[in-house]
Ligand binder design. Structure first.
Ligand code: TYD
Length: 212
């Protein structure tokens, strides 16, 4: 059975090490694991990523680039992997667009929802059904804590250099998505030690019977 898991949270939430650890845990179950990220995951989408993360642009242009990258990634990488029965672990997906472009930038959520319907309609699903993650692991923590973790870590991109208020809006954006997709979302309290966070991640996946 294929699996599609996305990982979300504000910058500095500390997703990366847990994505790697979960990939190993799933491989130990004998699964093929495809580790990928958004924006990005294909040569074209990585080019779009470089533009979206580094060039100034208006919110609609930014949203269109995110969804253009997503369409390419979905068709070239995610769908073929799911058809093979692989587990796809994706560092960010559409919830990030709702949180960053919708919450953070204040862009029209109805437009994002329309783009979501276009981009996530795929041949293998009945008309009207959208490709969505089976599980979204949301690493939630206060923006002040994330800012402390990010401070001095590396040269910040366009989003990472945003003020704390921006990330407070991004966090609310994630909270509303979680509220409207309760069975898909697992909220993890990321304001804890790495071991505690990893225990929560494992619990969310184990509860669905995907790891022993
Ligand atoms: P991130 O996933 O944090 O990667 P890295 O750890 O390499 O910085 O960076 C991606 C950035 O892009 C992050 O700031 C969130 C932003 N983003 C959006 O604004 N909209 C989107 O739809 C996606 C997928 C990401």
């Amino acid at each position: 059975m294929s699996l599609f898991i996305s990982f979300e949270g504000i910058d500095g939430a500390g997703k990366s090490t847990h994505i790697e650890a979960l990939a190993s845990a799933l491989r130990e179950q004998g699964r093929e694991v495809v580790l990928t990220r958004e924006p990005g995951g294909t040569p074209l989408a990585e080019k779009l990523r470089a533009l979206a993360l580094n060039e100034p642009m208006d919110a609609l242009t930014e949203a269109l680039l995110m969804f253009a990258a997503r369409r390419d990634h979905l068709l070239q990488v995610i769908e073929p992997a799911l058809q093979r029965g692989a587990a796809v672990l994706c560092d960010r997906f559409t919830d990030a667009t709702f949180a960053y472009q919708g919450g953070g930038r204040g862009f029209d959520l109805a437009v994002l929802a329309q783009l979501e319907r276009w981009v996530q309609s795929v041949e293998s699903l009945p008309a009207g059904e959208l490709r969505q993650p089976d599980l979204t692991v949301w690493f939630d923590l206060p923006p002040e804590v994330a800012a402390e973790r990010l401070a001095g870590a590396r040269v910040p991109d366009k989003f990472e250099s945003q003020p704390t208020e921006f990330f407070a809006r991004v966090r609310s954006g994630y909270a509303s998505r979680a509220e409207s997709h309760p069975s898909r979302f697992a909220r993890i309290d990321a304001n804890a030690t790495r071991e505690t966070v990893w225990t929560s991640v494992q619990a969310a996946v184990r509860a669905r019977g995907w790891i022993a």
